[in-house]
Write a protein that binds this ligand. Sequence first.
Ligand SMILES: O=C(O)CCC(=O)C(=O)O
Length: 280
Amino acid sequence: MTATASPTGPQILRVAVIQMRYVEDEPVASRLRRAADLVCSAGDASLVVLPELWAHGGFAYASWARHAEELDGALCSELAALARRRRIWLHGGSFIEREAGVSEPRLWNTAPVFDPSGSQCAGYRKIHRFGFAAGEPRLLTAGTSTSAFDLAVPGSATVRAGLSTCYDLRFPELYRELVDQGVELNLVAAAWPEARIAHWAALGRARAIENQTVVAQCNLVGVDNGVVLGGRSQIIDANGDVVAMAGDSEEVIVADVDITALRRMRADFPVLADRRRGAA
Ligand SMILES: O=C(O)CCC(=O)C(=O)O
């Protein structure tokens, strides 16, 4: 969190969302260099978010097994070093994770998060796999647990962030679980196609409004295995207002998220307290 906060003033978290271009024939190492340059271009943002499978391809099914890495592999090590060098919280988007230490390893679509010391402070394996009978359900194992972590910066608020990936956005019950864990900020990494970009925009606002959380959605642009990726990354406040939005090219969007305003809004309009579980 960049934050300037005094004990009585607003507590502000500066969030940068890296809407990266996916280039099909680019080597993974070059994608990593470009991602690092984009992260460095995010200025003094305290939290930087990368998209889903920006290094391994959201629809590059044929090369997933070849590119898959273990949690302590080269990709995560580079991201950890980057977080440490920049002294930022870095959401690494996601990568194809290979199970360690077995002869027939499972693969997951895994989102790693690093704290400013470079330690991995959270990880999330995508629960809802996209592609129906093909794609992710055929090649990947589904995650089985939600993931949230506390972003803490001396002199400012501690904010609990929840992790989800792309297709997860269509499943509101996941976000209810996260809000029950105290989540105030949802980070969504995606490789969301242009064909359904209206859903991406609307679902992000719906998740923000119904859970009274800030939502930061980070998408790719470019073409992957014939799928045009739609961009339109957005940062939405807990009232459902879009405070930053990208277009359909590579760009970095930044917003100052006001944690004090989020808490005040929840106190003044306490919808979540009126939930009637099992009775509705
Ligand atoms: O739900 C959608 O329309 C897109 C989801 C997707 O592309 C994904 O989860 O990779």
